[in-house]
Every structure is written in structure tokens, then in C-alpha cells.
Design a binder for this molecule. Structure first.
Ligand code: ATP
Length: 365
């Protein structure tokens, strides 16, 4: 069992807080993905968990034991790097068995065989790394972590050196491995697809801080901020400037080409907001929700098409089965279900929650 608790963890490099007071509880057996753009502090956070970078403040607990100051080898955590870091002069078997070199030969050989079987490397045990593909090398690096029976795996962008096809296949293999082992995985990536497809929970980082932690469904369906909304989803969510207005007791988000009934009564009018709509929720045609604009670009994705539509000073994308029958320059109206519309504060970028209670403020942060 391996539960990892991170409490107010900070790491400064000079004036830069690479990780800035992050608290996170990773449950035993979770596949937690640390997701964010380059420089947001993901690797620094992972290296602190591994014991390779010392925190400037905060604590790390492993199964309730404070390991903040423990040496890496005392943590029983296995780190897998993007660069594989295999020994070029050693065979696959010796690379996998490297952490076991002080054990009895027979025990080590049995363990190497077991790990090779789990990872499908049985036929490659006598090869050297240069005679392996990128995906096979990555599996050997995983094998070297697996052979130690660690409490948890820490993986830093392990797929980023692989080509697109292999990356997709290896994603499936990693998910499968996680299911079979039942171990805790903490996985760093800037790739939202990897996060969405493999994670049990995603922690989204921005500028050293935690923006949101939740299941893939939670971060996609209810992003806590415009940052999370814009980072997850492709094509990206459209974000449009609008104002909340009260009309006949009903609250609407309105702006240049925008009219969205919010389905709540209230007096929260006059507030500047950003409305967010995902491409798959928009369709061409009129409805209660109306976005009026001009088609600026149409992309053919094979089975689907994506049209980029200028609405006032902003843009949204609409996707659907090909052909969408839209051409550049068309003036069109788009609609969607009102409850598919995300609302964010224009000042803080935080999600606004709609509470359908007429006695209370109807739109709150
Ligand atoms: P990437 O995806 O590019 O690896 P990341 O999210 O993993 O990025 P980190 O590598 O954790 O980000 O870096 C976070 C910030 O800390 C960056 O601004 C980086 O320049 C800075 N940083 C990281 N390591 C050091 C270091 N050893 N010395 C100085 N600054 C550092």
C-alpha cells in the first residue's frame, strides 16, 4: 500500500517559486496525473516526492510516515524518466536486474523473468538497448522500476520520446499495467490526451500552483478556471466576453453576437463574465441560446469537420460529422443547450456556479 500526502510543498529557485504551496493527497492505487504546460512545476514536484530535489517548505508523507528529509533509496518509490537512462553496455536482462545486483543470482533471475513476462520482454532479454525500439526501451526502463516492487511509481513524461502511434499503444499498455499491479502511479505530462485517457484523477498545475484536482470527467465537464477549460479539450473551448443581464427576472449572458439564457432567476446583473462552450456542444441553427458570427476557417479531420467562427471579438470552434456544409465568410447562428455553457468571472477567471435558488445570489464563485 502507498498513500502519498503532500502538504504545503514549496520549492524556490532563487526568486522563482517552481512549486508554490501545493497540497495533494494521492490515494493508494491511484493513477494521478500531474498536468500542465512547460515550466509549471510538475517535474520539480515529482522530483521532490522522489527525494531528488529538496523542498524549501512543506511536508511529504508516505503511508503516514514523514519522508520529507529521507534519502531517495529509503522511500521505496521507483522513478521512470523520459530519457530511459538505460546502461548501453548491459543486456536487457542486466538492465532490468540492475537494482537486484546484490541479491542471490537465482532469486534475481526469477524476478527478472517475472517482470519480463509482465512487460512482454521475454524475447529481448539478451539484446542491448541500441537494438531496441523506443517503445521497447521504455518498457525496459519500466521493468527496472518494476523489479524492485516499489510502493509507488513516479513517471516523468515517459512517452514523450515515442512517435504518435507508439505513444497511443503504450498509453493502453500503461493503463493495463496499472490495473494489473494495483500500485500507485504519479505521472507527469503536458499532454492532455495522456491525462484524460489514463488518469484516475488529474491535478492541473499552473505557475507552481494547483488549479484543480479531479477525475478526468470533473476537470473536463466542470473546469474550475478558464486556464483548466482552455488547457483540456481539442479543439479548445471557445471563451467569449459577455455581461450578465437581468431581463424579466431571468438572468442572461449577453454580448456582441451572444445571447444565452442561464435558466436562473436573479439580480446578479451587470457582472462581466467569460462564457465557455466546447466545440462538440455547438450546432448550427437557432435556439434559445444564440451565438451569431462569421465562419473564418474550416478544417477537415477525416470523419469530422471543425469550423472556427468569429463571434464579436472572440472565437468558438464547432465540430461535427463531415460535411458541416459551412464555408469561410458564411454568417451563421450557433446554438447549444444552455446547461452546456460554462461561466467564468472575467476578473479572476474562476468558475461561476449557478445556484437555482431565488432567495440567494444566483451566480456565485
Ligand atoms: P517541463 O514540462 O518543461 O519539464 P515542468 O512543468 O516540469 O516543465 P519544472 O521543470 O518543474 O517544470 O520547472 C518549474 C520552474 O522551475 C521553471 O521555471 C524552471 O525554469 C525552474 N527550475 C526548475 N529546475 C531548476 C533549477 N535546477 N534551477 C533553477 N530553476 C529551475
Amino acid at each position: 500500500m502507498s498513500r502519498i500526502q503532500i502538504e504545503g510543498l514549496t520549492r524556490r529557485f532563487g526568486d522563482v517559486a517552481a512549486v508554490d504551496g501545493i497540497s495533494l493527497d494521492v490515494a493508494d492505487g491511484e493513477f494521478l496525473v500531474l498536468l500542465g504546460p512547460s515550466g509549471c512545476g510538475k517535474s520539480t514536484l515529482l522530483r521532490m516526492i522522489a527525494g531528488l530535489t529538496a523542498p524549501s517548505g512543506g511536508r511529504i508523507l508516505l503511508d503516514d510516515r514523514d519522508i520529507t528529509a529521507a534519502a531517495p533509496r529509503e522511500r521505496n518509490l521507483a522513478m521512470v524518466f523520459q530519457s530511459y537512462a538505460l546502461y548501453p553496455h548491459l543486456t536487457v536482462a542486466k538492465n532490468i536486474g540492475f537494482p537486484l545486483r546484490t541479491r542471490r543470482r537465482k532469486d534475481a533471475d526469477a524476478k527478472i523473468a517475472e517482470v519480463a513476462a509482465v512487460l512482454g520482454l521475454e524475447q529481448l532479454l539478451d539484446r542491448r538497448p541500441r537494438a531496441l525500439s523506443g517503445g521497447q526501451r521504455q518498457r525496459v526502463a519500466l521493468g527496472r522500476a518494476l523489479v524492485r516492487d516499489p510502493g509507488a511509481f513516479l513517471l516523468d513524461e515517459p512517452l514523450s520520446n515515442l512517435d504518435a502511434t507508439l505513444r497511443t499503444a503504450t498509453r493502453g499498455e500503461l493503463s493495463d499495467l496499472h490495473r494489473r499491479l494495483g500500485s500507485t502511479f504519479v505521472y507527469v505530462t503536458h499532454d492532455q490526451i495522456e491525462a484524460m485517457t489514463m488518469a484516475t484523477r488529474i491535478a492541473v498545475l499552473n505557475g507552481g500552483r494547483l488549479e484543480q484536482v479531479g477525475t478526468p470527467e470533473q476537470v473536463y465537464d466542470a473546469p474550475a478556471s478558464t486556464f483548466v477549460a482552455g488547457f483540456i479539450g481539442s479543439p479548445a473551448i471557445g471563451l467569449l466576453a459577455a455581461q450578465l443581464r437581468s431581463a424579466d427576472g431571468e438572468l442572461r449572458a449577453q454580448g456582441d453576437g451572444i445571447d444565452i439564457p442561464l435558466g436562473v432567476l436573479g439580480d446578479s446583473g451587470g457582472r462581466d463574465v467569460l462564457v465557455g462552450v466546447r466545440p462538440e456542444h455547438l450546432r448550427v441553427g437557432a435556439g434559445d441560446t444564440q451565438l451569431r458570427g462569421t465562419v473564418r476557417h474550416v478544417e477537415n479531420l477525416g470523419g469530422e469537420e471543425v469550423a472556427h467562427v468569429e463571434i464579436g471579438a472572440g472565437r468558438v470552434a464547432v465540430r461535427g460529422p463531415r460535411p458541416l456544409c459551412l464555408a469561410v465568410g458564411d454568417h451563421i447562428t450557433l446554438t447549444c443547450e444552455p446547461d452546456r455553457v460554462h461561466l467564468f468571472s472575467a476578473t479572476s477567471g474562476r468558475r461561476l456556479v449557478r445556484t437555482p435558488d431565488p432567495d440567494r445570489a444566483t451566480v456565485a464563485v
